[in-house]
Design a protein around this ligand. Structure first.
Ligand code: NDP
Ligand code: GUE
Ligand code: MG
Length: 296
């Protein structure tokens, strides 16, 4: 079997197109422009790259982008004051604080200081609780992007065996909740899982969110399974810096039914879903109907 390549880059462009259309209508009919504030603390080069492309794409879909860059040694109190200001700024509909934060900061405390209605990452405990109980919430962007690609590829996910590798609060756990919501039988694997290859072999859907370059091998994959590779790992190969996923692409693509590439898979969908969430937050804040097909 040669896997179908799930083109996240193209899908993301389509999602951004829907967002841009809706934003244009909001402006025309209501004079409202959605605004996204992105806060970056410190100078991590990878984070700077993401923040730049988020800002660029925000403007491209017609939204306002507000970037706040704080130095790595900023006191936590100053960050909390900034979040308070953004919470109370009616031009700001979405707030994203880029993670990870410097070590002297308490990530849970900072995230939970964001107004849950503006928490476009979906990391606030209120949104986590709403998602876990099947209530309307802000859904984390990376898992939402994965879900959109899976629904697009399969139609219904009902009854499928899904394995999520990784149990982080930002990817693995919310991904598992979304798959459960679509009636998959969900297994969450992690570093203490016994015989991971054997667990993965049972899955119709594999979502890899581990942070270990090319760990998932082709001979772990059931023939015809769908493989979603969330991993973003920068490694050196033949003297060059390259980006690889958590899945060994070549061997997995030889057995899978469908697979997302890295780059060009989950990453672009994550940013498209951030814009979708910002639009959703703006519509909710103004009591207007939400865009269709852009939420879980
Ligand atoms: N494309 C995108 O938009 C995004 C990509 N990412 C990428 O996704 C990956 C995961 O990110 P994140 O969830 O934040 O990572 P974390 O480091 O927070 O979590 C990694 C998870 O993988 C598990 N794990 C580690 N080693 C193994 C192993 N050998 N076998 C099985 N499980 C293992 C850990 O288990 P345990 O809990 O037991 O330690 C943990 O649950 C990274 O490559 C990251 O860069 C992240 C966010 C967005
Ligand atoms: N509060 C917060 N929210 C996040 O959503 C968040 C975060 N912090 N911290 C870091 C991770 C990582 N992340 C990515 C987003 C896009 C790509 C992306 O677009 N990747 C491109 C390649 C980009 C490149 O070449 O480096 C691709 O996969 O094709 C990757 C990774 C969001 N994250
Ligand atoms: Mg983490």
């Amino acid at each position: 079997m040669v896997a179908e390549i799930i083109d996240g880059k193209a899908f993301a462009a389509t999602v951004r197109g829907h967002v841009a259309d809706h934003v244009a209508r909001l402006k025309e009919e209501h004079g409202i422009t959605p605004g996204l504030a992105v806060v970056l603390v410190g100078e991590d080069p990878a984070s700077q790259v993401y923040v730049r492309s988020k800002g660029k794409q925000t403007v491209e879909v017609g939204m306002n982008s507000y970037e706040h860059k704080l130095s790595a040694d900023t006191p936590q109190k100053d960050l909390l004051d900034l979040i308070d200001k953004l919470n109370n700024d009616s031009a700001v509909h979405g707030i994203l604080v880029q993670l990870p934060l410097p070590r002297h900061m308490n990530e849970d405390l900072v995230i939970n200081a964001i107004d849950p209605a503006k928490d476009v990452d979906g990391f606030h405990i209120s949104n986590v609780g709403l998602l876990g109980t099947g209530q309307k919430s802000m859904v984390p962007c990376t898992p939402l992007g994965c879900l959109m690609m899976l629904r697009d590829h399969h139609g219904s996910l009902s009854g499928k065996d899904a394995v999520v590798i990784g149990r982080s609060n930002i990817v693995g756990k919310p991904m598992a909740q979304l798959l459960l919501g679509d009636s998959c039988t969900v297994t969450i694997a992690h570093s203490r899982t016994k015989d991971l290859p054997d667990v993965v072999r049972r899955a119709d859907i594999v979502v890899a969110a581990v942070g270990r370059p090319e760990m998932v091998q082709g001979d772990w994959i059931k023939e015809g399974a769908t493989v979603i590779d969330v991993g973003i790992n920068r490694i050196e190969r033949d003297g060059k810096n390259v980006l690889v996923g958590d899945v060994h692409y070549e061997s997995a693509a030889a057995v899978a039914g469908a697979i997302t590439p890295v780059p060009g898979g989950v990453g672009p969908m994550t940013i498209a879903c951030l814009l979708a969430n910002t639009l959703t937050a703006c519509c909710r804040a103004n009591g207007l109907p939400e865009p269709e097909g852009l939420t879980a």
